[in-house]
Design a protein around this ligand. Sequence first.
Ligand code: ADP
Ligand code: MG
Length: 221
Amino acid sequence: MIEFTNVSKSYQVGGTTIPVLRDISFQIGSGEFVSIMGPSGSGKSTLMHIIGCLDTPTSGQVSLFGASLASMTRDELARTRNREIGFVFQNFHLIARMTALRNVELPLVYAGWRRSKRIERATQLLTDVGLEHRLNHYPNELSGGQKQRVAIARALATGPSLILADEPTGALDTATGTEIMGLFQRLNQQGVTVVVVTHDDSIARYASRIIHVRDGEVVDN
Ligand code: ADP
Ligand code: MG
């Protein structure tokens, strides 16, 4: 599903080249549950942005769902990003002026769904993550764990086959973080490929495989 071959990424900052990923190669198969671990600044988010078609490598090949990213048009990339991949972030990225239900509906608005179908789908997704009693609450009326559940329901709205979560438990206490990982585990059992970035050993343990990143290199996988 995901294949990196000799991928490097560097940023240009004020005329200097800063290498962030150095010659990384790895594969993640369909149906896997993988943790990416590494210290702060090691390049984990950059790696996730490249997997999620939010950024491109400086050199090397990336293929996703069997297609080389370099060969995909801008429209194909946007379609893959919007329909095939669900994103979950540390700080939830919910829209404050929208209820939980509206937040989950939003990707379906962009995908052109009719209102009645959107409401039906968003209600089902929020029920699946245990929030059937919070549909009309605003983000500031929800706990951190509940916000992350809304964000996960939103990530699942278009039925993606891949979930990318960057430090999804970083803003949560251990017990709540453990519940969120249990939710990812259940999604994975339902067939969704899950990639979770974390620097927490107890969180990484939930995955069936751990990829370690250090100073922009994959040191073990
Ligand atoms: P991690 O998620 O593991 O903490 P990041 O991928 O966010 O690491 O960052 C890796 C390195 O790349 C850091 O040194 C960071 O400062 C640098 N970096 C990240 N994004 C940019 C950018 N847009 N421009 C310049 N440097 C960046
Ligand atoms: Mg990061």
